[in-house]
Structures are given as structure tokens and as C-alpha cells.
Write a protein that binds this ligand. Structure first.
Ligand SMILES: *Cc1c(COP(=O)(O)O)cnc(C)c1O
Length: 256
């Protein structure tokens, strides 16, 4: 789809539905060959998989801090800009945090020289404190270690679902190849919505995503192997007893 008519390619690095991960460096090369800019969405990558925007040659990236970065609801979004572009981009959401000298009170807006110009202001301060706590935990480990644990967790989950729940119509939609997988595993089931509601009622918290997809995210900082085992046994139980057929699990809420 990328050709000489493309100006900007905005690509989600890890697909929110299937968990499939793009090769960021290879795609960025293709985008640049077409003369376009590569903007990466890191919503399901930051804190979940190693991300090297500089070696990929990425132009811009955006993401959120409330998923794998542990900020919780309301925590701030982020933008990444390489040094070479920081001074040529103008930030449409200018605010006093992005001003070079806000307390000069000059009548003109003068953006800061570096990455500071991308700040808005004022982000709710409590939300910043929470994400700071979430990020502190990463200081006790590193992304290579987290990636090893994350893949071990999703490998174990896939293996257990395919062996313990083999008599049920569950179809893996997440790539098996490690290089093509984020930190989640998704399975299709003809009654995915109802099955996920039943799982949540049994304290296994995943998401339902259209169409028919059960999505399970593995946050390697605190998800344990025993949690994976227990989740699959609960899934097996919900399917074997057909607990998901209870009418309350067919009611559609605003959030799935
Ligand atoms: C969660 C998510 C975002 C973040 O969106 P917000 O507007 O910051 O809540 C962006 N892209 C994708 C694909 C997401 O899943």
C-alpha cells in the first residue's frame, strides 16, 4: 500500500487485536524509499517489547503510558522525535510547558529548542506521579530480560491452551514466530464475547476484540507462570461446563 502517493505511514508496531509485530527497521526502509515519513504507534510495544527507534531510522513515534508502562487510566501520552527533527517540527498543541522562556511573559510564542517544545501543559500532576512509579519498576530490570519472560509466558499460554483445551474451537491468531509477536496471545472462538465475560467473572481479566477474539496480555513485570496455568484451567472450566452460556454473559457493555 506504500507508494509515491504516500506522505506519512502511521503504523501500529504491535497489532492490538492479533499481537502481530511488524519489523520496524525493514518497514521504515520501505517507507523512506517511497519518500514518506514513518510514524510508529507504540501503544502495545512500549514496556512490552524492546523498541529501537534510532537504529530503525524512525521519524516519529507516539504511545501511551497506561498499558505496559503501568501508569493506569488517565496517565499521559508520549511522543518521540529524533534529534534531527526536533527543531523543524512545530507542535500544534502548544502550551506553556513547551515555551522556551514562559516567565518572560512575551506576547509571542517561542518554542523550546529541543524535545521540550513537544510538551503541552498542564498535564494533571497526579497522573505524572503514578506513571513515575510505574516507570521506576523498569529501573530494576532491563528490556532483554523482560522480553525473555514475556515470550516464555505467551509460549506457555499457547501450549497449554492447545493441549488442555484442544477439544474446543479455539484458533490461535497470534504469530508463533517470536520475532513477529508482541506481549499478548489472541485466540478466536465463535462465542468469544461470552467466553471472555465468563472468564472475567472468574477473575481472569482479558479483553474481547471484534471479531470473535479473546485477547490475553502478558505483562512480564508481574504476571507469573502459575497465573498462566490458572488462567488456562479457568478457560478450560468455562468451556467444559459451558458456563459462558449464562444469559448475563451475552449482555453487551460499553467496554469489552
Ligand atoms: C491504546 C492505544 C492507543 C492510545 O490511545 P489513547 O488515545 O492515548 O488512549 C493508541 N493506539 C492504539 C493501537 C492503542 O491500542
Amino acid at each position: 500500500a506504500i507508494d509515491e502517493n504516500t506522505a506519512v505511514a502511521m503504523i501500529t508496531h504491535v497489532n492490538y487485536r492479533t499481537g502481530a509485530m511488524h519489523d520496524m527497521a525493514a518497514l521504515t526502509r520501505i517507507i523512506h524509499q517511497a519518500g514518506a515519513l514513518a510514524v510508529w504507534d507504540l501503544a502495545h510495544s512500549a514496556g512490552a517489547v524492546p523498541v529501537d527507534l534510532n537504529s530503525a531510522g524512525a521519524d516519529y513515534a507516539v504511545g501511551c503510558t497506561y498499558k505496559y508502562l503501568n501508569g493506569g487510566p488517565g496517565s499521559p501520552a508520549f511522543i518521540w522525535v529524533p534529534k534531527r527533527l526536533q527543531n523543524v517540527f512545530s507542535q500544534p498543541l502548544s502550551g506553556w510547558w513547551g515555551h522556551k522562556k514562559p516567565f518572560e511573559m512575551s506576547p509571542e510564542y517561542q518554542p523550546d529548542d529541543g524535545i521540550g517544545r513537544f510538551l503541552c501543559g498542564t498535564q494533571p500532576i497526579v497522573s505524572m506521579s503514578l506513571v513515575e512509579c510505574g516507570l521506576d519498576v523498569f529501573g530494576q530490570t532491563d528490556m532483554a530480560t523482560l522480553r525473555r519472560k514475556s515470550l516464555a509466558l505467551s509460549d506457555l499460554f499457547i501450549e497449554l491452551v492447545e493441549t488442555r483445551c484442544s477439544e474446543f474451537p479455539l484458533q490461535l491468531v497470534t504469530p508463533r514466530a517470536h520475532a513477529e509477536r508482541g506481549s499478548q496471545a489472541s485466540f478466536e472462538h465463535p462465542h468469544g464475547y461470552e467466553v471472555m465475560q465468563a472468564l472475567i467473572a472468574h477473575n481472569v481479566i482479558g479483553d474481547y476484540r471484534e471479531p470473535r477474539i479473546l485477547r490475553f496480555g502478558f505483562t512480564p513485570l508481574y504476571t507469573r507462570y502459575v497465573d498462566v496455568w490458572d488462567a488456562v484451567e479457568t478457560l478450560r472450566d468455562v468451556l467444559a461446563t459451558e458456563a459462558w452460556r449464562a444469559p448475563e454473559f451475552a449482555e453487551r457493555g460499553a467496554v469489552t
